[in-house]
Write a protein that binds this ligand. Structure first.
Ligand SMILES: *Cc1c(COP(=O)(O)O)cnc(C)c1O
Length: 426
């Protein structure tokens, strides 16, 4: 329970994860303007496509307007490969189910709906807070006809992607790999984003490196890379006039945005090193109170530690009730909850965040199937109560939170955050 001690608020707001600029960004943006290459073609775009493909270890990287746009085209490529070209006005996944990560940002799964498909959410495991391969196997027993999996790596921690890939191969299914949060993270020595049939990274403002916005579609398939490029430019055919034979989108990246990404690129690993130091300092500083940092496979993965997150021990969670938009909790000595800790963090002019509320608990997706590893396959969690939590996602959402993880945070600022969190358990 937080006892109001004298925690002086920070003079400058400490953000969850804000952009960090270095100067080269300005140079490439200026160069684009000076040479009048300010549209959706130019050297900055060509360069970051090369740099990204090389970094990830894939053959092609297509620069797009956002990670969400990249996810949409990734899902559409897979849908067309599996089920053929749709009738105009219909998505490629019309009438088909798709297995999706459950505890993630909704940008991961929305493209399935854009394409007319139905998300079947797969519960989370405790080892990495990502899609549970055991629940995925079970999902294939229940829906053997499914041929597409959309999987994310939460907060930069690689999920059990090699296991998921093997299950996909057994069922002849394709994978869209959402590495929006996990740029530079590796599993078995391989970059995330390179495991799926199509991968995605994001350059949104709060990610490890940024273009202010933007994203990339990653693939080894030349035909797919070309198709994504064509779709992203309103599906313009090669002709003297605007000739259109299929549905298109305006999803290209601007050469100005690409200039910012180009300037950030050489600093990616330096950002990750900072993020990892932050994670380690939290881990050390929070010893002795009933919390643990988000886990990862120390043998098989390297994490970018994009957002440091913690989870409170079950026995140390005070009563906390979350409705759809409101929350209440009852403070208790020796115990705390994400709401209390987040409020304490906000009170000193810093920013934290709840864990992504699982998709199966979201009003928009509440009627979709949801598969857990135990029980008879289908489960519903009770969002209103502490008890009857049947699934891992709801449990982590109930007990976990994201901590300020800005890579410009000073040790003094972080020590204050740590003190405030410790005070919540007094
Ligand atoms: C940020 C993010 C996206 C979307 O990327 P945008 O570039 O913001 O469209 C997709 N999935 C996850 C998991 C993300 O965190």
């Amino acid at each position: 329970m937080l006892i109001k001690k004298d925690f002086k608020p920070l003079k400058n707001k400490l953000w969850l994860s804000s952009p960090t600029m270095h100067g080269e960004e300005q140079k490439w943006v200026d160069e684009a303007i000076r040479t009048n290459w300010v549209s959706t073609v130019g050297e900055n775009i060509d360069e970051i496509e090369k740099m990204t493909a090389e970094k990830i270890g894939c053959k092609y990287a297509v620069a797009l307007s956002s990670g969400t746009a990249a996810l949409h085209l990734a899902v559409k490529l897979c849908g067309e490969k599996l089920y053929g070209q749709p009738k105009t006005g219909h998505g490629t996944l019309e009438g088909h189910k798709v297995f999706c990560s459950d505890m993630t940002f909704d940008a991961t799964v929305n493209p399935v709906t854009y394409e007319g498909g139905e998300e079947v959410f797969i519960d989370t495991e405790y080892d990495t807070w990502n899609m549970d391969p055991v629940a995925l196997k079970k999902a294939f027993e229940i829906y053997p006809e499914v041929r597409l999996i959309v999987v994310a790596h939460l907060y930069g921690t690689p999920g059990k992607i090699a296991e998921i890939k093997q299950i996909a191969e057994e069922h002849d299914a394709l994978i869209v790999e959402d590495a929006a949060e996990s740029f530079c993270s590796t599993y078995d020595g391989r970059q995330t984003g390179s495991f799926g049939d199509v991968g995605v990274v994001s350059w949104n403002g709060n990610k490890v490196i940024t273009g202010s916005s933007g994203g990339m579609l990653l693939t080894d398939n030349e035909e797919w890379a070309n198709k994504a490029r064509k779709w992203s430019t309103q599906s313009r055919e090669k002709a003297d006039w605007y000739q259109h034979e299929e549905l298109g989108y305006n999803y290209r990246m601007s050469n100005i945005i690409a200039g910012i990404v180009r300037g950030q690129f050489p600093h990616a690993e330096e950002h990750v090193a900072k993020k990892r130091e932050i994670y380690e300092r939290y881990k050390e500083g929070l010893k002795g109170i009933p919390v643990s940092m988000s886990p990862y496979d120390t043998e098989r993965s390297n994490v970018n530690a994009w957002l440091s997150s913690l989870i409170i021990d079950r026995k140390a969670v005070c009563l906390q009730v979350r409705g759809e938009k409101e929350v209440a909790y009852i403070p208790e000595h020796g115990k705390s909850c994400p709401t209390e800790i987040l409020h304490a963090i906000y009170s000193i002019n810093a920013e934290g965040r709840p864990i992504w509320k699982p998709m199966h608990m979201q009003p928009i997706y509440r009627v979709n199937p949801f598969i857990v590893r135990d029980g008879n396959g289908r489960a519903r969690s009770n969002a209103y109560s502490n008890c009857n939590i049947l699934d891992v996602g709801a449990d982590i959402f109930h007990r976990g939170l994201c901590l300020p993880s800005d890579n410009k945070m000073t040790v003094e600022q972080q020590n204050l955050i740590i003190k405030v969190i410790r005070a919540c358990f007094e």
